[in-house]
Ligand binder design. Structure first.
Ligand SMILES: NC(=O)c1ccc[n+]([C@@H]2O[C@H](COP(=O)([O-])OP(=O)(O)OC[C@H]3O[C@@H](n4cnc5c(N)ncnc54)[C@H](OP(=O)(O)O)[C@@H]3O)[C@@H](O)[C@H]2O)c1
Length: 337
């Protein structure tokens, strides 16, 4: 029978305060976007959650639509919690989100109050939780007034359904408005979640700085560019990889020869540092003072273990950073989406 290790005894993980809040997050968090749905192996999913928690990963990131099927990642996570983690809720930070398509009809998509309020109820019911530690507006939808979406987040906190709230993928102008509305209501935005990796650096153009100014933490998603920033695609597309799976968001066409050539050069630098490319790609993000944590995805305990070892070498020499910049200057840093 699995007995969770208390995170109090986990020395290899480090934690950082999330912006100007009293909440610490592990530098490495685990995301359940892929590999936890009902198309996936439940035993492997269970092993990964156990391994993560035993190694100090206290933060698990969900969304209502993660699966496939949509909702199944929340359901499976709820089952794993119930089977293996009874009594450990207070040692975990569990987040979820709403705002992308979840159910058909006019109310199952977007950032309306109707969708968010219905969604948090559904997510609580699927996971079996009484509250989420963090609940996010999953995206700025370009239509719903920001006041409406933020009021829904504020009310979730007042109703005890979420302890903190966050924004995901809000462009700087809209994020600023949202931060102001939340602060005025006394429900400060805890955290901004956005895509950030060596291959996707848009957040360096305003988002990171703005979050910092507002005392808001920042958590990077897809820090390995969905697996591209690892050694897995160096010699073709393995059959068990995200790019090969029909349910994966990374498409075969995104694994281009040009990109693989860049990945090979980065891999050489990682090898010289005595790290895997995945580890170097994670350190490269964590070195930024404004980043609270990275949310990695994993399809096996072996990958998770590789990613956790990142924390053993967080230093970069200036020459290494310059060499990486040089290599990255030749890629289209907007891809993959
Ligand atoms: N807010 C948003 O809109 C949003 C959007 C996307 C993601 N997210 C969050 O961010 C989390 C992470 O996103 P992501 O899964 O795209 O992250 P990622 O860490 O960039 O990619 C994870 C994938 O990379 C491969 N991988 C991971 N570690 C590896 C290693 N050490 N060696 C070789 N391959 C490795 C695995 O792919 P294989 O399956 O090929 O083995 C794994 O599934 C999500 O689960 C979700 O919680 C949020």
């Amino acid at each position: 029978m699995y007995i969770p290790s208390s995170t109090r005894y986990c020395e290899q993980m480090t934690y950082k305060y999330c912006g100007k809040s009293g909440l610490m997050l592990p530098r490495i968090s685990l995301g359940l976007w892929h590999n936890f749905g009902d198309v996936d192996n439940f035993d492997v999913a269970t092993d990964m959650i156990e391994y993560a928690f035993d190694n100090g990963i206290t933060h698990f990131d969900l969304a209502n639509n993660y699966g496939p099927s949509p909702g199944s990642a929340e359901r499976n996570f709820g089952k794993i919690l119930k089977n293996n983690f009874a009594g450990y809720r207070d040692e975990m930070i569990i987040s979820s989100k709403a705002g992308h398509l979840m159910w058909e009809g006019p109310y199952g998509d977007g950032s309306s109050r109707k969708n968010l309020m219905a969604s948090i109820e559904q997510s609580l019911s699927r996971t079996g939780l009484e509250y989420f530690d963090i609940f996010y507006s999953h995206r700025y939808d370009g239509i719903t007034p920001i006041e409406e979406t933020m009021q829904a987040l504020i009310d979730m906190v007042h109703q005890g359904k979420a302890l903190y709230v966050g924004l995901s993928k809000y462009p700087p102008q809209e994020a600023k408005k949202a931060y102001d509305i939340l602060a005025a209501a006394g429900v400060k935005c805890l955290i901004h979640q956005d895509r950030y990796s060596m291959f996707s650096r848009e957040v360096e153009r305003g988002t990171l700085q703005l979050a910092d100014v507002y005392g808001c933490g920042f958590i990077a998603f897809s820090p390995l560019a969905q697996g591209l920033l690892t050694d897995k695609y160096l010699n073709g597309i393995p059959e068990d990889s995200r790019a090969a799976r029909s349910t994966g968001f990374l498409q075969r066409e995104q694994v281009t020869e040009d990109k693989v050539a860049v990945i090979r050069q980065l891999n050489q630098i990682a090898q010289q540092r005595g790290q895997s490319l995945a580890q170097m790609a994670l350190v490269w993000i964590l070195k930024n003072e404004r980043v609270t944590s990275v949310i990695v995805g994993s399809s096996s305990v072996r990958q998770l273990d590789d990613n956790l070892k990142t924390l053993q070498n967080l230093d970069f020499a200036n020459e290494e950073l310059s060499a990486i910049e040089q290599i990255l200057s030749s890629v289209n840093t907007q891809l993959p989406k």
